[in-house]
Design a protein around this ligand. Structure first.
Ligand SMILES: C[S@@+](CC[C@H](N)C(=O)[O-])C[C@H]1O[C@@H](n2cnc3c(N)ncnc32)[C@H](O)[C@@H]1O
Length: 159
């Protein structure tokens, strides 16, 4: 019988997160993020399928939290319901980045380059543990990670 899980590369190549059966909330489309809607769908789908009970879900570089909320929303669908997403970023944004990823999606003006308060506000409805750090100088102190989201993860899935 076909396994149909996230360890099955053939199943994942078919991009099951794009299936009509996998519905996402409307606010995904307007969330201020550098990710495409498909990338948010993919993260939500994968975290929803995750099962390792003690693995930690770690988002390295969430920017304003698009990847974080997609992972957190997906977790609520599956066996890991109630799990926390651990998110680490410098949490800074240039005026250009705010224009491209925040204002263009209809969000109001936000002063300054430090976006940590905005991240906290945008992700407040989810179980998120965040720290404003340079990940190059920080050690991971948690238990084994089940799922780490960073650029290389989605490159390996075919981008
Ligand atoms: C391409 S963006 C990620 C987009 C994000 N996942 C989203 O959902 O919009 C890369 C992020 O990595 C962060 N970053 C890059 N180098 C970093 C470092 N050394 N320490 C912490 N964060 C870093 C940046 O601040 C930026 O927010």
């Amino acid at each position: 019988m076909k396994r149909m899980d996230i360890d099955d590369i053939e199943y994942m190549r078919a991009k099951p997160w794009n299936s009509r059966d996998f519905s996402i909330p409307g606010w995904f489309a307007t969330y201020p993020t550098m990710l495409s809607l498909e990338e948010m769908r993919m993260l939500a789908f994968i975290s929803g399928k995750s099962s390792l009970p003690e693995g930690q879900v770690v988002d390295l570089g969430p920017f304003l939290g698009g990847s974080t909320v997609a992972l957190a929303w997906g977790l609520e669908l599956g066996e890991r319901r109630g799990a926390t997403v651990h998110s680490f970023d410098l949490f800074t944004a240039s005026e250009r980045q705010k224009y491209d990823f925040l204002y263009k999606k209809g969000h109001p003006f936000y002063a300054g380059t430090d976006i940590y308060e905005l991240f906290l506000n945008l992700t407040r409805d989810f179980r998120v543990n965040s720290r404003k750090v340079n990940i190059m100088n920080s050690a991971w102190g948690g238990t084994e990670t089940q799922f780490r989201f960073c650029l290389s993860t989605y490159q390996s899935l075919g981008r």
